[in-house]
Design a protein around this ligand. Structure first.
Ligand SMILES: [Zn+2]
Ligand SMILES: [Zn+2]
Length: 269
């Protein structure tokens, strides 16, 4: 399984607890070709990881991991929460030029707070909150300095926890809005992440759902990354093989990684 997992959190994030060196050794043992590490950089006070980014500590962790890399590719990334709102502040804490890739993530919508948990879903109709999420994702992908769009469709996690139906298809409900996001990714050469962490949750699907990935390909999009969103045991590198199969089924034969903020493709066949 020569996959590069482009979304792996280390114990440098407040919500994750495995050291980078341990994860890298584990990746080698499982036959991964590489690991793209990310640390949460959240400057949104609503976020659990708010203020938890320590640039120096994270750098040291990755240096320690690299010493034991034994041929497994190590890539340095950060996951910036709502970068379109906090970019100036983020740039003060992290020097983007020191990273291989910057992942932009929308965990909260402007008016309604975090969409990860059940609490956000009583404020308005689910359709309205999803629409807000997609439109704010467009704002993010058209303005923020980022290489990868994380978990587009993450709202299903909070919806499922709130007992709401997640079996809808946003390419039917909001076709123009979804196309606008995918078009912005293609135009700005931002990769679409296929995040496999939803496969183990109630909603049992990737973020984004397969029809969004299919639509992205139909529109000419090729830059896909695979990411497990690993945080802790027992869900280390979970779902990557299923994600890879899904990509092959949709017609992708390559996925992407980023080195020094430059995209590079590799075969997933
Ligand atoms: Zn995230
Ligand atoms: Zn993450």
């Amino acid at each position: 399984m020569a996959i590069i997992d482009m979304h792996v959190h280390t114990d440098d994030s407040p919500d994750a607890d495995i050291p980078a060196a341990t994860l890298l050794a584990r990746a080698a043992a499982e036959g991964l070709a590489g690991v793209g590490f990310v640390a949460h950089l959240d400057l949104n006070p609503d976020d659990y990881c708010y203020g938890g980014f320590n640039a120096e500590g994270y750098k040291r962790s990755l240096v320690r991991a690299e010493e034991k890399a034994q041929g497994t590719l190590l890539l340095r990334g950060i996951e910036v929460g709502e970068p379109h709102r906090f970019e100036d502040a983020a740039a003060k804490v992290a020097d983007y030029s020191k990273f291989d890739f910057i992942t932009g993530a929308l965990h909260a919508v402007r008016e309604g707070g975090m969409v990860l948990g059940p609490e956000a879903w009583g404020r308005s109709t689910p359709e309205e909150i999803i629409r807000e999420y997609i439109s704010e994702t467009l704002e993010m992908t058209t303005t923020a300095d980022m290489d990868v769009l994380a978990h587009f469709g993450l709202f299903r996690r909070g919806m499922a926890m709130a007992g709401l139906d997640t079996s809808f298809d946003e390419t039917d409900l909001f076709p123009e809005e979804v196309d606008a996001v995918l078009g912005a990714l293609i135009e700005r050469k931002i990769a679409l992440e296929v995040n496999t962490s939803g496969l183990r949750r109630l909603e049992k699907t990737t973020y984004p759902i397969p029809s969004v990935i299919r639509r992205y390909r139909q529109m000419g999009g090729r830059m896909i990354t695979l990411g497990s969103d690993t945080h802790r045991e027992p869900w280390v590198f979970y779902g990557l093989e299923e994600g890879r199969k899904l990509l092959l089924e949709i017609g992708f034969s390559e996925a992407y990684t980023f080195v020094n903020r430059t995209p590079e493709s590799y075969s997933i066949i």
